[in-house]
Design a protein around this ligand. Structure first.
Ligand SMILES: Cc1ncc(COP(=O)(O)O)c(C=O)c1O
Length: 372
């Protein structure tokens, strides 16, 4: 029998919900023209990776023909020793994005609801929709997650709650006591995913990345990444600390070699380089408050942040808006992050850069705000 003409065939259709997803748009990294770019749009570290991590990565070139350790054991053991955790409960992934998605694969399906907050990281919504579940958005208070508002949305259908602490793009956080209060009121069938992508930057006595909450409960997962303070974004390494049953579940569905050998080696070396980590924290501690203060000096307020970025708010005045500032900065070869899709049409998110980069942004924004 002759094959149908292509136009008469039914085209493959993705599962319901998939076409409702707006693709994640990463921070811009290119501009027309030539010359160096100041790219402060993706919360990468201005210090780069540990030289020891780069060395370990290069050394792995001799072993590229071999599959890596399937469970990333050397990396899990290094992380466990560093943070005082059980290596059997750590699951590594190709960035924390992969782990967030695997959690959705394992626990979400049609008819289920999953909650995230008003200005929460957009990957949560994508992961929820991709698995046919319904996203439920909890309002925030002062651009900060609100425990009572979240709890008010929990129903018998709720299966998961994604919370970045601190949150991107606001840089705000919830103290450990609030996270514990949230967890205490959640039904046991809800997985509480605490995304600590920026945890290493936080210097607040009342903050915890919540490993202890994971260890003491069956329904809390903490995710972490090597893409931010460790400066290894391109290697795609994330990890999750899980209750035994959730680690077992994720290990059943992840790719058998989901973290590459060079990534494992570089990650182990990065974890061991405490001096590099301390330098990154010290740089951020100096420049985060300094940038907020100097931006205020030119008439721009930033949401108080505990991470390595600032959400900078612009006036509504024509000629002074975030959209116009963005275009102006591009002319000066500076890229910050537009955050309209996070509910901030008149703000830009700026990653803390090197001193010259920070000064370049201040000079440009000062000229922008002063221009007539
Ligand atoms: C809150 C949050 N979680 C997770 C990620 C993803 O990190 P990874 O590079 O590990 O996939 C990011 C990256 O921007 C983030 O901001």
């Amino acid at each position: 029998m002759a094959a149908d003409a292509p136009s008469a065939r039914t085209a493959p259709a993705p599962r319901p919900g998939i076409l409702d997803i707006a693709s994640y748009v990463p921070g811009t990294s290119v501009l027309p023209g030539t010359g160096p770019i100041v790219k402060l749009s993706s919360n990468e570290t201005p210090l780069g990776p540990s030289p020891k991590a780069v060395e370990a990565y290069i050394d792995e070139a001799a072993r590229l023909a071999r599959y890596p350790d399937g469970s990333a054991r050397p990396l899990r053991e290094a992380l466990a020793a560093e943070h005082g955790l059980d290596p059997a409960r750590i699951v590594c992934g190709a960035g924390s994005d992969e782990l967030l998605n695997l959690l959705a694969v394992a626990y979400l399906g049609p008819g289920d609801e999953a909650i995230y907050t008003e200005h929460g990281f957009l990957v949560y919504k994508i992961a929820i929709l991709a698995h046919g579940a319904t996203p439920i958005v909890a309002p925030e208070t002062n651009r900060t997650a609100d425990v009572d508002a979240i709890l008010a949305l929990v129903t018998a259908r709720t299966r998961m709650l994604f919370l970045a602490n601190p949150n991107n793009p606001t840089g705000t956080y919830l103290p450990a006591a609030e996270i514990e209060r949230l967890h205490a009121s959640l039904p046991g069938h809800v997985v509480l995913v605490l995304d600590g992508a920026y945890a290493e930057y936080v210097r607040r006595d009342d903050y915890e990345a919540s490993a202890a909450l994971v260890a003491a409960n069956d329904n809390v997962v903490m995710t972490r990444t090597f893409s931010k303070i460790y400066g290894l974004a391109s290697l795609r390494i994330g990890w999750a600390y899980c209750p035994d049953a959730i680690a077992d579940t994720l290990n059943r569905i992840r790719g058998p070699f989901n973290v590459t050998g060079p990534s494992i080696a570089a990650g182990v070396a990065a974890v061991g380089d405490h001096a590099h980590m301390e330098a990154a924290v010290a740089h951020n501690e100096r420049w985060l408050p300094e940038m907020a203060m100097r931006l205020a000096g030119i008439g721009l307020t930033a949401t108080p942040s505990v991470a390595n970025f600032l959400l900078v708010h612009f006036p509504d005045t024509p000629g002074r808006t975030a959209r116009e500032a963005d275009a102006y900065l591009h002319q000066r070869r500076i890229i910050l992050r537009r955050v309209e899709e996070y509910g901030f049409p008149n703000a830009l998110r700026m990653t803390i850069g090197t001193e010259p980069e920070n000064v370049a942004v201040l000079d440009a924004l000062s000229a922008f705000m002063g221009a007539t």
